[in-house]
Design a protein around this ligand. Sequence first.
Ligand code: UDP
Length: 253
Amino acid sequence: MNASEINVPDALPLMGVKVTPFRDYGHAIEAVSGVLGSGSKVFSAAINPEKIYRASYDSSVRELLNRAEICICDGIGAALAVRALYGHQIGRITGVALFFELIRAAEKRQWKVFLLGAAPDVNEDAVSKLKQDYPLLQIVGRQDGYFNDSESVVDLINASGADLLFVAMGSPKQEVWITEHREKINAPFCMGVGGTFDVVCGKVEWAPAFYRKTGTEWLYRLVKEPSRWRRQLALPKFVWLLMRYKMGLIKDF
Ligand code: UDP
């Protein structure tokens, strides 16, 4: 079943990967709702400059990201790249914000949720916080992200009857795990959410509204966690890659 048959807009090619041009969060939620009723399985990955740059030299990451049926435009750099290359303005759908939107929808529509990933205390605290903030939310299972036996984790997810599986094991580990096991996982919707559970339980602060609105969460995070500077070296490399696409020196698909 391709993306358009399940009410997901066709993806735009973007520098070797792709992005799904959702208009806004409501559009993304309706697409997920369509997936749940369709009998199909969808994997959602987040696309940002760091991942685009990594995919440019690591074909295994590129293939992983291109196997996702939904690729949300998570970073401002990805949205700017779409504009620079195609002249389209597409909405930014960040992983953390979409997670909260899906949790709200899940509480309202009684979708069953499974939280996989993060350190044991973070996973436990994130579940407690969500139960406190969304009392009608059905959290049907949880498991931290430091396990050895993937088969038993898959069994746990399937026994829970989850509709939505959120996987917070960092990138690309979570995408690797989801694609390796997705055939056996019954949950119709799986999404890689990186450090979102750390934000949910308050261990990591969500960037204040100013940074979220201006797309500069990466700057806020760099100031808060300077040890991440190495990862952010990907940003100037991403800009250089974008310039080469723009000049026609590299072609998409
Ligand atoms: N993590 C995990 N299992 C692992 C490695 C990492 O569950 O084997 C968790 C880690 O505890 C943290 C999250 O994955 O909660 C990674 O967060 P980060 O913000 O680094 O994600 P990214 O920026 O890569 O999306």
